[in-house]
Design a protein around this ligand. Structure first.
Ligand SMILES: [Zn+2]
Ligand SMILES: [Zn+2]
Length: 144
């Protein structure tokens, strides 16, 4: 039994509590993640047990289709604008949160870097991590 992962947006209106162990932790340097994060990459904690997620507050959601055709539904706080989570309508069990939305972001331990093909020289990530030019095989949980 691990401690729940808790977190939310900057103003506190949207909150989550997830009583599950992350399936993946990924730094993604694709253009979509850069645009949404405002910096060189997005950092994501992926869970694969939607039933373990308790979400409170009202996020606004919008959708974008990734390279591989996967539809991503992004949830952000309409008051403070913080990106908080994303879901994949085609894979309803997946629930992904932005690493910095965690109450304790120190629990984020990236395992891989994806989309290094669009990474920037100024966005240096841990060189010890496995790196992929695009998505690694079978990385349904990561974002692109
Ligand atoms: Zn907020
Ligand atoms: Zn990405």
């Amino acid at each position: 039994m691990t401690d729940s992962f808790t977190g939310g947006c900057a103003c506190g209106a949207v909150r989550y509590e997830i009583g599950a162990t992350p399936a993946a932790m990924v730094d993604c340097q694709c253009r979509h993640c850069q645009q949404r994060s405002g910096t060189g990459h997005g950092s994501y904690v992926t869970f694969t047990s939607r039933a373990a997620v308790r979400l409170t507050g009202q996020a606004r959601e919008w959708e974008i289709t990734g390279d591989a055709g996967t539809v991503k539904r992004h949830g952000f706080c309409p008051t403070c604008g913080s990106p908080v989570y994303l879901t994949l309508p085609a894979v309803p069990d997946v629930f992904i949160v932005h690493a910095a939305s965690l109450d304790d972001p120190g629990r984020y331990q990236p395992q891989v870097v994806t989309y290094t093909s669009s990474g920037h020289a100024w966005d240096r990530l841990d060189p010890g991590l496995p790196q992929f030019e695009k998505m690694p095989p079978q990385a349904a949980g990561s974002d692109a």
